[in-house]
Write a protein that binds this ligand. Structure first.
Ligand code: 1KN
Length: 482
């Protein structure tokens, strides 16, 4: 009995030490790990089936819908400079006038099946939907506030039908939830007085109840996407947020929560004071994409992206550069090649329909995906040095490496440098497997794939089936003595 206990202690101790060694390696800036009550729950990736599925998604859809779609970036004929979903924070907009938009929310053309159909055709595997953005307006009939769809002329729940429609299409649903709430009088940016503290305690209970309510009403949701968690008031709630995360996960096994939800007891966000990621995936890649694999530290991650420069909710005028289908496809390829998912945002109109620009992009992406999605789903970092023509993506657990070609050199020769133990077995077009290539060996583990034609209108994919090269049957290239 005692011996068993000692054994258990020894094993636990060894595990803790092993974990600490990893933590040290992960945290380049931190020398010695410190004891944390509310730091990372785990070091390294989750390995369960729900997370494996998340990792394999490749492409996702984001939906920002709420009252802000009604003013659509304009107030009293004036254009708001910021993102349309932030218009309530503009000095020109009174809080009561904004909140009264609830009485205009009546999306008579909203059809959840139609949105889910568009998403399906586009090839997305998951969708993140705003249940409540910073303005506090709830797209579901929450029991804990009057500021919901139930009190709009539309009256009906939006989230339920969306979850059902996307579930039916086999697209996993993640619920977006803003902690910051501009409508609730108990929300604080910081806690400086006793009154603040009392109000914020009420706010925390309100938040907890809303989250448990969402998980109860929509039990098929796969995860929660938190936003509005950066203010001091919330950053100071390490213990509360940690226990709430544990409570939600206990209630909903497999639930996926990103690194934006909570801070540790020293106020560190995303990565705790030992440099370990808090949450199931890194949630900091908003409108930006890592450049190289080292930037993602072996973590799961996704990138959320807008079509115009910076606008999530519907805005009548799209500002800045508007991304094209092929630019978005390149972003998708880049994300998956670096072990991430790519999530494209849609901002539906107040009548419940999607704007034509977004429908066109969804169709264009979907048309490309219809031929090439095999290179995206279940794709991962291939471990090869990136070449100028595009991105390598390896299919998890296979001998297939996909070349996603975005830039064809004038020579028409695509350079492939493999790892020393592998060679190219077969090479062919994903869209036309009969079109195969005979790679020319040009150096140690290096080949040229000579394209037959040199002008291409759209990005395309070449499949490489790798073969064992350990016997190195190919040419022996001489190394210079230097
Ligand atoms: C620069 O500060 C912000 C604050 C909030 C930038 C973006 C956001 C919100 N996160 C995005 C996912 C949108 O919801 C945006 O309103």
């Amino acid at each position: 009995m005692i011996r068993k206990a000692i054994l258990v202690i020894a094993i636990v101790w060894n595990c803790i030490n092993a974990a600490n060694v990893n933590a040290q390696q992960a945290a380049a800036t931190v020398q010695k790990p410190i004891a944390l009550q509310h730091g990372a729950h785990r070091i390294g990736r989750r390995t369960d089936a729900d997370m494996e599925k998340w990792r394999a998604y490749g492409l996702g859809q984001f939906i920002h819908w709420g009252l802000y779609s009604i003013p659509a970036g304009e107030w009293n004929g004036k254009q708001y400079n910021g993102a349309s979903e932030w218009i309530k924070s503009w000095k020109e907009v009174s809080a009561t006038a904004y909140d009264s938009l609830m009485y205009q929310f009546n999306p008579t053309k909203f059809n959840a099946d139609s949105w889910a159909g568009t998403a399906k055709q586009m090839g997305v595997k998951y969708v993140t939907i705003t249940t409540k953005h910073h303005d506090g307006f709830c797209l579901w009939p929450s029991k804990y506030t009057n500021f919901t769809v139930a009190n709009s002329p539309y009256k009906k729940d939006i989230i339920g039908p969306l979850v059902k429609a996307y579930d039916k299409q086999g697209i996993d649903v993640i619920l977006y939830f803003s902690i910051m709430d501009w409508h609730n009088p108990d929300w604080r940016y910081d806690i400086k007085t006793r009154e603040d503290s009392i109000a914020f305690d009420r706010f925390k209970q309100f938040t907890r109840k809303q989250l448990l309510e969402l998980l109860t009403l929509y039990p098929t949701a796969k995860g929660l996407w938190f936003d509005g968690t950066w203010d001091k008031s919330w950053v100071k709630q390490a213990a509360f947020a940690d226990s709430l995360e544990k409570e939600m996960k206990a209630m909903h096994p497999g639930l996926i929560i990103g690194s934006r939800f909570r801070a540790d007891e020293y106020g560190k966000r995303h990565f705790d004071s030992n440099g370990n990621m808090m949450g199931d995936y890194e949630q900091g890649w908003e409108r930006k994409i890592p450049e190289k694999i080292e930037d993602v530290h072996g973590n799961d991650w996704d990138c959320v992206m807008t079509v115009p420069e910076n606008q999530w909710g519907y805005g009548r005028v799209w500002k800045g550069h508007i991304k094209t289908t092929d630019e978005l496809l390149e972003m998708l390829a880049k994300c998956v090649s670096l072990d991430g998912n790519f999530v494209l945002n849609f901002g539906p109109k107040p009548d419940g329909t999607l704007r034509t620009e977004e429908l066109d992009l969804a169709e264009g992406i979907g048309a490309w995906m219809a031929t090439n999605s095999e290179a995206i789903y279940n794709g991962e970092y291939a471990g090869l040095v990136k070449q100028d023509w595009g991105y390598y993506i390896k299919k998890t657990g296979s001998n297939k490496i996909y070349m996603l070609v975005f830039n064809v050199p004038v020579s028409g020769a695509l350079k492939v440098v493999m790892q020393s133990h592998s060679a190219i077995g077969k090479a062919y077009d994903l869209g036309n497997p009969a079109q195969n290539y005979v790679p020319e060996e040009i150096g140690t583990s290096a080949w040229f794939i000579h394209l037959r034609q040199q002008t291409f209108k759209r990005p395309f994919v070449i499949v490489l089936e790798t073969a064992d090269n350990s016997k190195n049957s190919g040419a022996q290239y001489q190394k210079a003595k230097t």
